[in-house]
Unconditional design. Structure first.
Length: 269
């Protein structure tokens, strides 16, 4: 489960985390509901009754929550129907897959999600209606990607694993931790509104800090909150990694300058 007190981690694993963090700087997501140059944590041009990636992920979350026992969760026909709609938004549109291929990929992912969700054994904390604009945004998807990438990595290393999908879609990381990536604990508002900085250090740090911390405390994998292994607090304490993480991102982003980069430098995931 990790520790609330920091302990030494080998330099190779810390370097792996650094490399992962740097790899997500210029990432954007097929279907994301937010812009890249502006508020990356809020849906743009939202229209009541109009389905977008955010509203569909929210529908998935609500469909999952209908089953009150996480340990007995099963994929329903309605869940599959929503995935079919999401496939039209999440497909790689550079002629590398069709909507049908994307749907088949998401179905394989759904089986892995179901197994992980049942083993975790508890419902996911949703977003308040006040924060409906957060569903499907780049920031939420960035945290979802962190969770999905490391769970996929663990699954592929597992003995006798039968998982054969090319990737684990970030939407399933979002379903496991919908509030992830918001500055401050859980679904809080004032801290996020005060400190969130779109393509800045707080945004990137919050996405990976929440993702890594969630992984350690819920699935005993990933580097945990103290993802750079610096400071007093350990992998299972939300206080862990705050100062060192933000400092790392300030330095890294000062070199990479995503806020000044052209949109075509950001790669779709």
């Amino acid at each position: 489960m990790g520790s609330w007190i920091s302990f030494d981690r080998d330099s190779g694993s810390v370097e792996e985390v650094r490399d992962y963090c740097k790899s997500v700087i210029f990432v954007k997501f097929y279907g994301q509901t937010s812009s890249m140059k502006g508020e990356t944590d809020k849906t743009i041009d939202a229209i009541d009754g109009c389905e977008n990636l955010g509203s569909l992920i929210k529908e998935l979350h609500e469909e999952v929550a209908k089953q009150k026992s996480a340990k007995n969760f099963e994929i329903t026909d309605d869940f599959r129907l929503i995935l079919r709609k999401i496939a039209n938004l999440r497909l790689c549109n550079k002629d590398c897959e069709t909507a049908d291929h994307c749907y088949e990929r998401l179905l394989k992912n759904a089986d892995l999600f179901a197994a992980i969700y049942k083993k975790r054994g508890k419902l996911s904390q949703g977003l308040s209606e006040e924060h409906d604009h957060y569903w499907g945004t780049r920031q939420q998807m960035m945290c979802g990607k962190t969770i999905a990438d490391w769970l996929e990595k663990r699954e592929k290393k597992a003995k006798n694993s039968t998982y054969d999908a090319d990737s684990f879609d970030p939407i399933f990381g979002v379903l496991l931790n919908p509030t992830g990536g918001r500055v401050g604990p859980g679904d809080t508002n004032w801290m996020h509104e005060a400190l969130f900085d779109d393509l800045g250090a707080f945004a990137y740090h919050s996405a990976v800090h929440d993702g890594f911390g969630y992984l350690k405390t819920n699935h005993s994998t990933g580097p945990g909150y103290n993802y750079l292994n610096k400071g007093l607090f350990g992998d299972s304490s939300p206080l862990g990694g705050q100062i060192s993480g933000i400092s790392f991102w300030e330095s890294t982003l000062d070199d990479e300058k995503p806020e000044d980069a052209p949109l075509d430098k950001f790669n779709f995931k």
